[in-house]
Design a protein around this ligand. Structure first.
Ligand code: SF4
Length: 280
């Protein structure tokens, strides 16, 4: 792992994140050791290493928390997406606690914060997360199958640990999103749909796994496309799954699902089972 001094920790949002209504992005790290086969971040210009090396390196902004202390004022009350090119709760965060430091610095400035992660480590910070007045934590759960997860996300946390984190967050009164993004092959669509409906996330997002011509991510990994073809999962399977999910509530697709939480919302009442209706 490389440690660097950074000059800023909040960057103006661009692309689908900007279109979704976010003003800022926040990336405590560059690179990501979760190593997802489909990761679009591997191809972004800020990564100066070849895409083939993606997943084998991470650079930490060692002064991230100090920067956040100094710069959080400029994002006060605005929509911040954490993180756009890395995972804020990848393994190195356990010891470095840069994400936690940024969160602590942000709390007094009341941003509308969205955290996007595959890392159950996010539940470590529930004490800080509860302090936000406008927050959503999005956990990525792209499949119901550990076998599929291992094929596409070999170094990311097991799915059940993510479910555990979702439950802990929700039990703490924190709004949570379930992101079936990109939607990987699903072993038992009906059972997965029922489990999600029973959990009743604040927001449910799906993202078809296809080549979008670079317009939106999750479509760029050649190895991921090869795996998908090998498993035999295609657009018709995706559509059937989404249609099944829609029987139980609202499903946002693609970038339409990545929008900030409502202003001044943080500790929320649990939604009624089967409804995803506090997201509009
Ligand atoms: S966790 Fe996110 S940033 Fe990390 S490799 Fe997977 S998709 Fe990319």
């Amino acid at each position: 792992m490389e440690l660097i001094e950074s000059r800023s920790i909040f960057s103006p949002a661009t692309g689908f994140i900007r279109r979704g209504g976010f003003e800022w992005t926040c990336n405590p790290y560059v690179g990501c050791t979760f190593s997802c086969a489909y990761c679009y971040a591997a191809y972004l210009p800020q990564n100066r290493r070849p895409p083939e090396e993606w997943g084998r390196w991470v650079t930490a902004k060692r002064n991230a928390a100090e920067l956040a202390e100094r710069q959080a004022r400029k994002v006060a009350g605005q929509a911040v997406y954490m993180s756009s090119v890395t995972d804020p709760y990848q393994p190195v965060e356990r010891s470095l606690m840069l994400t936690r430091g940024i969160l602590e610095a942000l709390v007094p400035h009341r941003p509308r914060l969205t955290i996007q992660t595959r890392g159950p480590l996010v539940s470590r910070d529930i004490d800080v997360l509860r302090e936000f007045r406008s927050l959503r934590v999005n956990l990525s759960l792209p499949t119901d199958s550990e076998r599929v997860r291992v094929q596409f996300e070999p170094k990311a946390p097991p799915l059940e640990k993510r479910w555990d984190a979702l439950s802990q967050l929700k039990d703490a009164g924190i709004a949570v999103g379930v992101c079936v993004t990109p939607t990987l092959p699903i072993e038992d669509p009906d059972a997965f749909a029922r489990r999600i409906a029973d959990f009743a996330p604040a927001v449910l997002v799906c993202q078809d796994f296809h080549d979008a011509g670079g317009r939106f991510g999750a479509d760029t990994g050649e190895e991921a496309r090869r795996l998908l073809a090998e498993i035999g999962w295609g657009p018709a399977d995706y559509r059937r799954f989404v249609d099944r999910l829609k029987r139980d509530g609202t499903v946002f697709e693609g970038e339409t699902g990545f929008f900030p939480p409502p202003a001044a919302q943080s500790v929320v009442a649990a939604p009624a089972p089967g409804l995803f209706d506090d997201c509009e």
